[in-house]
Design a protein around this ligand. Structure first.
Ligand SMILES: [Fe+2]
Length: 244
């Protein structure tokens, strides 16, 4: 890796350590583009030949949740290699954080978010709620640029930990206070090829947004294989070794 790239990673990791999240950039565009093409190819979509990601976004912007779920049946093929494609899109950053020997989520996620006031949204939450270890990182990568409010917001680490500790004292998880936090944050705009890496402690979610296009994003969880696991085991994780 050249010195310039090393400096960029250092900056991203410093931001990540300080805030609990940071914007990171795709390192291997060829692989990330292959991931995007695989999504377009495998999503159930009329006349999908020669379609672009914008065509897919336009099509799904008007669909309801049931219709989207039906289209996602074909994702079983797409999802098969999604975790690897995601990890291989950001190899050096991941290597610097976790080394080459990883536990990676068996099946990375893909979400399609539809614009409009009454559409489902992801309420503010932190990843450790789902039992992943504190050593896990998540990379969330939209498959297109985000130039509206359809992205994801993250609370900084200090604020997230303060809220979490206050909730713990009261025996609460995701109280109305946390639920009400959504809508007060504005998701950042991102260029195509920019993603967000975050740790499992930071509160995050998304808000309803107005657009003619749906938002499509993939996310993957990973950690060093030498770090302890929490509740997740081999049902959820697989061993993966980064090459080079
Ligand atoms: Fe999440």
């Amino acid at each position: 890796m050249c010195i310039e790239n090393k400096m960029k990673h250092r900056f991203t990791i410093n931001q990540l350590n300080k805030n609990g999240y940071a914007v990171c950039k795709v390192e291997n565009f060829k692989i990330f583009k292959a991931l995007q093409n695989s999504f377009i190819k495998n999503i159930s979509f009329p006349n999908s030949k020669n379609k672009t990601i914008e065509d897919v976004r336009k099509y799904f912007a008007k669909k309801n949740k049931a219709e989207i779920n039906k289209s996602m049946i074909n994702f079983i093929t797409f999802n098969k290699n999604l975790s690897e494609l995601m990890v291989k899109s950001f190899p050096n950053l991941i290597k610097e954080l976790c080394g080459k020997e990883l536990f990676v989520q068996r099946r990375a996620h893909t979400t399609i978010n539809v614009p409009g006031k009454n559409q489902a949204k992801q309420v503010a939450h932190y990843e450790m709620i789902s039992g992943i270890s504190p050593f896990t990182y998540v990379i969330w990568a939209p498959l297109h640029e985000i130039n509206d409010e359809g992205g994801a917001y993250h609370f900084d680490l200090k604020t997230s930990l303060k809220i979490m500790k206050e909730e713990e004292k009261k025996g609460l998880v995701n109280s109305s206070r946390v639920l009400n936090l959504m809508g007060k944050k504005k998701p950042p705009k991102l260029k195509f090829g920019e993603a967000i890496i975050f740790n499992p402690f930071v509160l995050h979610g998304n808000i309803p947004f107005n657009s003619k296009l749906a938002r499509i994003a993939c996310n993957v969880r990973f950690q060093s294989s030498s770090k302890p696991l929490l509740q997740k085991n081999t049902d959820y994780l697989k061993y993966y070794r980064l090459t080079s």
